[in-house]
Ligand binder design. Sequence first.
Ligand code: ADP
Ligand code: MG
Length: 245
Amino acid sequence: MNLKTENVAVPNKIEAKSIYFDYDGLEILNNINLTVKEGEFVVFMGPSGSGKSTFLRLLTGLAQPKQGEILVNNQSVAKSLPDSSVVFQDYSLFPWLTAEENIILALKQKLKKSKTKKELEQLAQGYLELVQLGHAIKKYPGEMSGGMRQRAAIARALSLGSDLMFMDEPFGALDPVTRINLQDLILQVNREQQRTIVFVTHDAEEAIFLADRIVMFTPGPPGKIAEIIDVPFPKTRNRKQLFES
Ligand code: ADP
Ligand code: MG
């Protein structure tokens, strides 16, 4: 079933209610509300420093808001960490593990049933091939370019198989061709596997191509963010149309 086209009430995946957050008194988020539906692809845009990464971290449950509440699957993330996979802006790969080992570690944490070493290696290889890193499975993060690290982090997130993915500027370091391939991949993951995706980008074209909804973080008074707003945009998944006026 495609939740987006069926005329049914789509359940909420994420609900953020009246969120307030500051870093030692530096106000970042004030009275922020956001609802994300199951299967929705939501893109955050906005100037650097407007609080996109901070808000994303709160949604993952890895950091707590000072006020307000975040629900994922109608459960407070403060009470139980939701099942989600995250691609952080700084990739957060373990530097002492190869690309393959980084993914195998994630798989081991994820898979209830134990797999043989060989099976895990095959799975890891498959995910690395998906992001066009099949040639680099034995490389350590320190031996990879920024774009390769980014793709390894994406492979790891995909390998976790969670139906909720948070991606913070995941394609920022990729060359244009790889970027287009990965956009297609992530859209396919969203459509075919009904994964809910919250995605940060500075690239308007990328946002328009991927998003069901674009949420703009608007700068408020100095040091504060005033609000987040839904931006209307021309919906197209046809790359050619993106360039036609
Ligand atoms: P964005 O992702 O939109 O660029 P961030 O959420 O990273 O914005 O940052 C929002 C603001 O919070 C910025 O002014 C940034 O300098 C500040 N900030 C981010 N992380 C920290 C931190 N760990 N400690 C203090 N200030 C921080
Ligand atoms: Mg950021």
